[in-house]
Write a protein that binds this ligand. Structure first.
Ligand SMILES: [Zn+2]
Ligand SMILES: [Zn+2]
Length: 185
């Protein structure tokens, strides 16, 4: 027998399942309002306080992810999400870098657009993303002097190497190709 439950907000009778109602873990029972009303309220809340929420989130995120445990948890969450949405990975990485690059200096957004039209800084192929010459993970800044336009291939093989390490690795690769050996990292 299907149990019905009236939403506290829209008053519509819906079957009392997790499809229709969120779950309150503390009280160990279904939330009083339906999911649809919950979504509507959060959409409204967001559109009314958009700027404030964005700012708050940004500041909070920065503080939150200084904690190594929280950072690790986020990494796991991101990894799972990307495993489920592999087509989003590249798009996300690109937008994140461009965002990071343009955050600091309003001139940088303009700079990024110019760089993207140039050939790859490392190999001369066409440019598809931007790269921090000294990686952000190693205290590289978003300053214009630390940003270069690069192709997808160079970007993914450089990862978090600094310029010196990257060039050494590239040279090793060329030398071993030259000798006919396969270079194994
Ligand atoms: Zn409702
Ligand atoms: Zn390249």
């Amino acid at each position: 027998m299907e149990e019905l439950k009236a939403c506290s907000r829209c008053k519509v009778l819906k079957s009392a399942t997790l499809d229709n109602f969120g779950f309150n873990k503390q009280r160990n029972k279904l939330k009083p309002h339906c999911k649809e009303c919950g979504r509507k309220a959060s959409r409204e809340r967001y559109s009314n306080n958009r700027d404030e929420i964005c700012l708050y989130d940004r500041i909070n995120a920065r503080e939150r992810y200084k904690d190594p445990i929280k950072r690790a948890r986020k990494q796991v969450r991101m990894r799972n999400w990307f495993a489920a949405n592999p087509e989003k990975r590249e798009e996300y990485a690109k937008s994140k870098k461009i965002r990071a690059a343009s955050n600091k200096n309003p001139l940088t957004q303009e700079w990024v657009q110019i760089l993207l039209k140039d050939p790859c800084f490392y190999c001369g192929n066409s440019c598809e993303s931007i790269d921090h010459v000294t990686p952000v993970s190693r205290n590289g800044t978003d300053d214009v002097t630390n940003i270069m336009g690069v192709c997808k291939e160079c970007n993914s093989s450089k990862k978090d190497k600094n310029l010196f390490e990257f060039l050494i690795a590239k040279q090793k690769e060329y030398l071993t190709v030259f000798k006919g050996d396969k270079y194994v990292d």
